[in-house]
Design a binder for this molecule. Sequence first.
Ligand code: ZN
Ligand code: ZN
Length: 75
Amino acid sequence: MCEICRQTPCHPRCPNAPEPKPVKRCCLCGEGIYEGDEYLITTDGCVCKDCLEDFSINQWLELIGESLTTAEREE
Ligand SMILES: [Zn+2]
Ligand SMILES: [Zn+2]
């Protein structure tokens, strides 16, 4: 039993309490997504905000299933 809160497992506010459990896990970096965090649901899984901020335009397009078109002169 914990010496501080005298509970097993620890009271959530106890300094000995374990890290909060992630609600979801990012499918790209593997980091936990916790309550209150914003994330994106994709067909591959959940993506955390940190990963989204690192996305390039091509990754975004891939995500939404679009691709860039090369401009060609129309005759
Ligand atoms: Zn405790
Ligand atoms: Zn991530």
